[in-house]
Design a protein around this ligand. Sequence first.
Ligand SMILES: Nc1ccn([C@@H]2O[C@H](COP(=O)(O)O)[C@@H](O)[C@H]2O)c(=O)n1
Ligand SMILES: C[C@@]1(CO)OP(=O)(O)OP(=O)(O)OC[C@H]1O
Length: 162
Amino acid sequence: MMRIGHGFDVHRFGEGDHLRIGGVAIPFDRGFIAHSDGDVLLHAICDALLGACALGDIGRHFPDTDPAWAGADSRELLRRVVAQVHEAGFRVGNLDATVMAQAPKLAPHVEAMAEAIAADLAVARGAVNVKATTTERLGFTGRGEGIAAEAVALLVGEGADE
Ligand SMILES: Nc1ccn([C@@H]2O[C@H](COP(=O)(O)O)[C@@H](O)[C@H]2O)c(=O)n1
Ligand SMILES: C[C@@]1(CO)OP(=O)(O)OP(=O)(O)OC[C@H]1O
């Protein structure tokens, strides 16, 4: 059986000196405003995986009102979601994602992101793809107000189709 899921997330910039995206710390003159570390890409991936399993969304599992997740490492959140995917009887087939950011330049970091994500998804490096795009200075990402990310995940396995 195969299941597909989609995830989307946005984080606004605030004060800071780095961004955490795809599990990688990227020096920048802004930070993300968030309850956790604000890793917009890993949050979109969590939602894609939860969506494929019909398990709701990240905010249901890790409420932003719960102090347990204050400053949380989103790689830990992703690993918890992957454990739920496995418990549901699925494994990740492949994952594709796009980060929308006018800046910083992400191309130098996408390999490290894909390696970290593949490790957390318990899949081969070749099952993960991370892309970046500007939005040609249009919209909130184009104005440099924040960053958005989308992810699509395919799951395979014998999970119950209930
Ligand atoms: N934050 C970003 C955005 C884009 N890139 C790379 O540049 C390429 C061209 O971007 P366009 O928005 O003009 O299509 C894109 O394919 C990425 O490789 C980047 O590294 N960081
Ligand atoms: C990740 C969580 C953790 O409390 O908080 P935030 O870092 O604010 O990120 P968001 O994308 O709004 O998702 C909700 C929460 O699950």
